[in-house]
Design a protein around this ligand. Structure first.
Ligand SMILES: NC(=O)c1ccc[n+]([C@@H]2O[C@H](COP(=O)([O-])OP(=O)(O)OC[C@H]3O[C@@H](n4cnc5c(N)ncnc54)[C@H](OP(=O)(O)O)[C@@H]3O)[C@@H](O)[C@H]2O)c1
Length: 273
């Protein structure tokens, strides 16, 4: 992928965005372009719709060699990156106890290894005052029954982001994470269809644009961590400190989640989704 056009007549600050073809990514592209940025839209097939101020980039994040060669192209073209927004993610609900190991490396690769590798390779291109944003998940705090690998990858990503922030503080690069609960995107629908946790429905799912707006805000005014909805974030943080209490109130939460799921599905059926 040649990137020379970004340095020969540059222009807008450049943001590298992964998961650009996804539900949240698509909304993010619109917001970032409207905010005066140029978006390097990473997706598996590089098939984000062509538009001004967007450069589609094909890169399969489950393949470290592809990440290396794509970032090498950016390095050779000396494209300065004002920000890196990690939004790609994948969930394959699977109850532990079976020997189906296929989803393990796929989820860990996209959700955890790729953001780490991409950040390392991008950092030489990120100037002082640059930004790194991770679209994490409430699963980084709430252990999700039936999605233990996804949960492990998001717990790991939170740890990486918090350590990274300390490493980059002397360079003036800010690191932020947003932790959404359920978001109404293709990922949530796949998760429901494949037996994902009803804890997703403790509150009504956010819209993808709610999360895109938070990322846009974090680029302007960085903050270490933001939870959406904030009420779920407070509950999750308190419960994480007291796993015993968490286990005690879990049946109540599951009951509430099941009710929320039924309500969400009824809404979807009504809307003909
Ligand atoms: N939806 C939710 O309920 C929810 C809740 C909490 C957190 N999140 C997080 O929000 C982020 C965005 O998710 P979303 O809801 O927008 O889901 P989505 O619509 O399924 O989008 C996910 C994106 O990740 C990309 N991706 C998956 N595997 C990839 C790979 N091997 N290489 C490159 N890209 C890959 C997908 O690319 P393709 O288009 O090529 O498939 C897609 O663009 C994820 O990190 C997710 O964990 C979502």
């Amino acid at each position: 992928m040649p990137f020379s056009h970004l340095t020969s007549h540059p222009v807008r600050p450049v943001v590298l965005l992964t998961g650009a073809a996804g539900g949240i990514g698509e909304k993010l592209i619109h917001r970032l372009v409207a905010a005066g940025l140029h978006v390097l839209a990473f997706s598996r097939r590089g098939d984000t719709p062509l538009q001004q101020h967007v450069t589609p980039v094909a890169c399969d994040l489950s393949k470290p060699a592809e990440i290396q060669s794509t970032m090498e192209g950016l390095r050779k073209a000396s494209v300065p990156l004002y920000a890196v927004v990690h939004c790609a993610g994948v969930i394959t609900p699977q109850r532990m106890g079976t020997c189906d190991t296929q989803g393990v490396s796929a989820q860990l690769a996209v959700n955890l290894e790729a953001p780490i590798l991409l950040t390392m390779l991008a950092l030489p291109l990120v100037p002082k005052e640059g930004r790194i944003v991770f679209v994490n998940s409430m699963a980084a705090l709430v252990p999700l029954e039936g999605s233990s690998i996804y949960t492990a990858s998001k717990f790991g990503l939170r740890g990486f982001a918090l350590s990274l922030a300390q490493d980059l503080q002397p360079r003036g690069i800010a690191v932020s994470s947003v932790f959404p609960g359920a978001v109404d995107t293709p990922m949530l629908r796949r998760e429901i269809d494949n037996g994902g946790s009803v804890l997703n429905f403790l509150t009504q799912p956010s819209t993808p644009d709610d999360i895109a707006a938070i990322v846009e805000r974090l680029l302007k005014r960085p903050k270490s961590e933001i939870f959406c909805p904030s009420s779920d974030g407070i509950l999750a943080q308190v419960m994480l400190m007291m796993p015993r209490v968490w286990r005690m109130i879990l049946p109540v939460l599951l009951k509430k989640g099941l009710k929320g799921k039924k309500k969400y599905l009824a809404g979807q059926n009504k809307a003909g989704v």
